[in-house]
Design a binder for this molecule. Structure first.
Ligand SMILES: [Fe+2]
Length: 170
């Protein structure tokens, strides 16, 4: 067990609560990402989403490692933010035409909202881990944070370099 869990009980409880929300959010994403990928036309976008689904599974394992390090059972708390972003992704699919770059642009938008939620959640959690001196936990959170930022950058470059321009011509 990490050393300072007892001496900062309020902050440690807040950390654990956020950890449960992220655990729920990552699990929900294993359902959303395949829907987005299936709806995408661009092969590059499909591949970024498929890779991110693989990352998401690793990230779930990392969160389980964190629960173990903290001596807690892995538990989820429903993330309203992810439910609502997932719903937006479904709306993009129902409101755009299959096979269009406009749909892909909308899918990127939804996927980036997911990433931005995760970047802020993991970033804040990493900061709490730093304060709580959860060194091992911090390393795991930073590995995931790096992957989330990388995915976000890939989505940005896809939008900038190809998809948004193609969509503007439709
Ligand atoms: Fe993630």
């Amino acid at each position: 067990m990490e050393k300072s869990i007892e001496k900062n009980s309020g902050l440690a409880a807040l950390f654990l609560d956020e950890l449960k929300e992220l655990y729920g959010a990552e699990q929900h994403q294993t359902m959303i990402l395949p829907l987005l990928k299936k709806a995408a036309s661009s092969l590059q976008l499909q591949s970024v989403l498929a890779n991110h689904l693989d990352h998401t599974r690793d990230q779930i394992t990392r969160l389980e490692e964190i629960f173990t390090i903290l001596g807690e059972a892995s538990q989820t708390r429903q993330s309203e933010a992810i439910l609502s972003i997932g719903h937006e992704g479904e709306q993009v699919i129902s409101e755009t035409e299959k096979g269009t770059a406009t749909r892909d642009a909308g899918l990127i938008l939804a996927a980036q909202k997911l990433e931005h939620y995760e970047i802020s959640a993991y970033g804040s959690l990493a900061q709490l881990a730093r304060t709580l001196e959860y060194d091992e936990v911090l390393d795991l959170l930073e590995t995931t944070l790096f992957e989330e930022k990388e995915t976000d950058d890939l989505l940005t470059s896809l939008a900038e370099n190809y998809i948004n321009t193609a969509a503007s011509r439709e």
